[in-house]
Design a binder for this molecule. Structure first.
Ligand SMILES: Cc1c2[nH]c(c1CCC(=O)O)Cc1[nH]c(c(CCC(=O)O)c1C)Cc1[nH]c(c(CCC(=O)O)c1C)Cc1[nH]c(c(CCC(=O)O)c1C)C2
Length: 376
């Protein structure tokens, strides 16, 4: 697929106009809308499938592009973000594109420095150490700080030429909070868990600040061309049920209500909302009781129970093959995928993995998974 020259694409609406809630028009007509149909609970010709981290390091083309380009430079250069987003769409039979970016761009726009360390992942140079550090954070300016990310969405929606819908995303308030406190990924998250008990008020203050920022950021993504949105609460599994409700779900509820309210006033802003609370199968019923349309589950969640709850609360399910299963033989992947789809049922279902695809996965194994699901 050729990238369109920038001057052939109409101007994205100015950031100040987001507040007046006008969506852009003039995007190419959609050719494959099966994921949007499934999101609305409608019948589909084939099961729609996309893959978390589908534009990542398992693709040689991405690794080659990374040799010359620093990770966050790709995120902040609309042409590069667009090119990377389109890579898997041009190579594999996927039913949606997800904009190339990262959940950590939000702490960056709040003034925190994040460096992508080779072999280690993202590292914050100055994580928050005490509640006083919250005062050093800034509220991002919608008209300047988000510009590259929104331009990337706008350019990509045009460059997709309607081939598949475009998904926007952000990290959930709680997951961003954990990175801002820990400074990097963790297995135990003792610093973040300590904060919620030692400084509950300040933790709420920071989560509230993040929630307001994410509401604006997600709405701006819809205005710029995102057709669906996913919130990644990747660290939901570290909380107990009470803390999950108090420090995680209540804030995501606010985001979903905010976006649904905007869509009620202006139907042009309607975009199905996906929530992924990784390792939080324990809280599946509460998650189903929110205004999110689609519930992504990881592979530890029993599918029959997820289906029962999703049906009870009128939700669509997304998931959930263990990404490690793509290391198995093609035959095994075919069998496993077939059984998985039969258990989910073919309605109100969007296929994906249970977490992001691993960097050393053979793209041909992913192809087996995609083709199997489409053949069912
Ligand atoms: C390809 C990539 C990304 N981020 C990172 C990489 C690898 C970095 C590299 O090229 O060196 C670093 C990168 N960014 C992050 C991590 C995890 C760090 C850690 O906790 O150890 C890494 C290695 C943080 C991050 N970033 C993201 C999450 C949520 C999903 C999840 O749980 O995996 C999280 C937790 C979201 C994310 N991140 C990315 C996308 C792009 C769209 C797509 O899916 O194709 C998305 C949606 C892109």
């Amino acid at each position: 697929m050729e990238l369109q020259p920038l001057d052939s694409i109409p101007q994205r609406i100015s950031s100040s106009e987001y507040k007046s809630l006008h969506t852009n028009t003039g995007f190419p007509a959609i050719l494959n809308d099966r994921i949007l149909k499934a999101a609305h609970g409608e019948e589909v010709d084939k099961i729609p499938i996309w893959i978390m981290r589908q534009a990542g390091r398992y693709l040689e083309e991405f690794r080659n592009l990374r040799v010359e380009n620093e990770f966050f430079r790709i995120c902040t250069t609309p042409r590069l973000a667009c090119e990377v987003t389109l890579l898997p769409i041009n190579l594999l039979p996927l039913d949606a594109a997800i904009i190339f970016s990262d959940i950590l761009v939000i702490p960056q726009t709040m003034g925190m420095e994040v460096i992508m360390e080779k072999g280690k992942g993202p590292v914050f140079t100055h994580p928050l150490q005490t509640p006083e550090d919250i005062n050093l954070l800034k509220i991002p300016d919608i008209s300047t700080d988000y510009e590259p990310y929104l331009d990337a969405i706008f350019l990509t929606r045009h460059s997709l030429l309607g081939k598949v819908p475009l998904i926007g995303f952000c990290g959930g308030p709680f997951t961003l909070f954990t990175y801002m406190i820990e400074g990097q990924g963790s297995t135990v998250f003792t610093k973040s868990r300590r904060w919620i008990y030692q400084y509950p008020q300040e933790t709420h203050r920071l989560l509230d600040m993040l929630t307001n920022i994410l509401c604006d950021f997600l709405l701006a993504q819809i205005c710029s061309g995102a057709q669906m949105l996913q919130i990644f609460e990747s660290h939901a599994g570290i909380l107990g049920p009470d803390e999950f409700e108090e420090f995680l779900l209540s804030y995501n509820r606010k985001i979903a209500s905010f976006l649904k309210e905007k869509a009620k006033i202006n139907p042009g802003l309607e975009a199905p909302l996906i929530i992924f609370c990784k390792d939080a199968g324990y809280a599946l019923e509460s998650i189903c009781q929110t205004e999110f349309d689609i519930i992504q589950i990881d592979w530890t969640v029993p599918i029959p129970r997820a289906r029962e709850l999703a049906n009870r609360y009128g939700k669509v399910l997304q998931g959930n093959l263990d990404p490690a299963a793509l290391y198995a033989s093609g035959d095994f992947i075919r069998q496993k995928a077939t059984k998985m789809v039969e258990t989910f049922g073919k309605e109100k279902y969007i296929c994906n993995l249970g977490h992001g695809i691993y960097p050393d996965t053979d793209p041909e194994k992913l192809r087996v998974y995609l083709e199997t699901v489409h053949s069912l």
